[in-house]
Write a protein that binds this ligand. Structure first.
Ligand code: CA
Length: 424
């Protein structure tokens, strides 16, 4: 699971209670008699001794990273773990949304209409495209997905979020690194603590940059001397373009192409080799719209995917698909961005629509993985997360049973696997 897949799904619900003000008392007085002036008050008991222990070791680490002790102490004074952040970080949805439903929600008519307006209304596109080589349509799609065109940036105190995640421990190293980055931003004076607002996962501003991304990759697009990814759309979108350019965006190439496959196609080639469109054409893989390839795309190495199985749309993914995944390492996310961008640019809907699917409960997914394991097709530890290992195991089982080996876990495949494993 990548760092921000949950962010995309949960961004809308991310506004939380305001963190305590840095100067607010860190805890309520302990119950009991008020000490008389003659008796000095004992040190107040800690609300959470484990958190205090974490803070002490983090302080040493942050000083080692070059931060002034006084700044660390000032910013972490009164900070407590945010239980909401920890519960969001631990959440695993009961049902996994079928990719077709996810994409249909992502590529909505309302978003398409707004995105098409922004491609002409904003004056800075030619400068950003010229400098970074990333088309405006991709950047508008990122903007739409990350922050609803800047409208939903998250209202969490990023310092408290990262302290909570670091203390919680599941991603301690990552969160401590991001907390150090957030403190460095404050230390530099580029943004104040009260400006460092973001999602529960610490992604900030219109482009939802983590603090470390901000330090290394945010840029001052509008030239006012500040990298304001919260208030300046120009800064935020130029920063997003810079992130994609650093992630390997190839100027002038597309991100993917919908294709069709011949009837007898070997689906075990999906999620496999990266080859040129000519190589794929020899296997009968052709653009679904009947057109040809641009000269720029002709030389690109592309990977074939069937994200919703053999009955859904099929794509050849060009290198720019993988550049989008530097933003969020998820095929669904990157497909959503690319397909939205294509619609902004005036393209029509897919030639083959997404199939209607029954959402699989986590129990269905674990049962299918357990069945694959029992049948000798190792998907890794059954955890309900359908990743590349599960899809490969499923593909091998499908191939061995003479089924279409598309590696797609549909309810029908769950049923067949349960029947076969149950008969052992
Ligand atoms: Ca600026």
């Amino acid at each position: 699971m990548d760092r921000r897949i949950f962010l995309v799904l949960l961004l809308a619900g991310c506004a939380g209670p305001a963190p305590p003000k840095p100067d607010a008392p860190s805890q309520v007085p302990p119950p009991g008699p008020t000490p008389t002036p003659e008796t000095p008050a004992p040190p107040a008991p800690s609300v959470d001794a484990g958190f205090d222990a974490w803070r002490a070791q983090f302080r040493t680490k942050a000083i080692g990273a070059g931060l002034p002790a006084a700044l660390i102490d000032r910013e972490l004074a009164g900070v407590t773990p945010n239980p909401r952040v920890i519960s969001l970080d631990s959440a695993q949805p009961e049902f996994s949304k079928p990719i077709g439903d996810y994409i249909k929600g992502t590529v909505s008519d309302e978003r398409i209409a707004r995105g098409r307006r922004y491609r002409t209304e904003l004056p800075f596109w030619p400068a950003v495209e010229q400098k970074y080589g990333v088309p405006r349509d991709i950047l508008i799609a990122v903007w739409a997905m990350e922050s609803a065109f800047g409208a939903v940036q998250g209202d969490f105190d990023v310092v408290r979020c990262m302290a909570s995640l670091a203390y919680h421990g599941r991603r301690r190293n990552f969160a401590e690194g991001e907390l150090i980055a957030a403190l460095k931003i404050i230390s530099s004076g580029e943004a104040s603590r009260s400006q460092l607002k973001g999602s529960w996962a610490g992604a900030m501003g219109q482009a939802q940059f983590l603090p470390s991304n901000y330090l290394t990759t945010a840029v001052d697009g509008d030239g006012d001397g500040k990298r304001d990814i919260w208030g300046s759309s120009h800064d935020a979108l130029a920063s997003a373009a810079n992130l994609l350019a650093k992630g390997g965006w190839v100027r002038g190439q597309s991100w993917a192409r919908e294709v069709t496959l011949p009837a007898d196609f070997d689906y075990s080639l999906t999620e496999g080799p990266r080859e040129t469109p000519d190589w794929w054409a020899q296997l009968g893989v052709k653009p679904a719209d009947g057109g040809g390839w641009s000269p720029a795309d002709q030389g690109a190495k592309a990977q074939l995917v069937a994200p919703a199985g053999a009955s859904g749309p099929i794509f050849l993914l060009l290198p720019n698909h993988f550049a989008i995944r530097t933003y969020n390492n998820s095929t669904s996310y990157a497909l959503g961005i690319g397909l939205l961008a294509d619609r902004f640019a005036g393209g029509g809907p897919l030639v083959r629509p997404w199939p209607y699917e029954t959402p699989l409960a986590i129990g269905d997914r674990i049962a299918a993985q357990t069945a694959l394991l029992r049948l000798g097709f190792n998907p890794g530890e059954p955890d309900g997360v359908v990743g590349v290992n599960t899809r490969t195991a499923l593909r091998n089982w499908q191939k061995a049973r003479g089924l279409t080996a598309d590696g797609y876990l549909s309810m029908e495949m769950v049923r067949r696997l349960n029947v076969e494993a149950g008969a052992l």
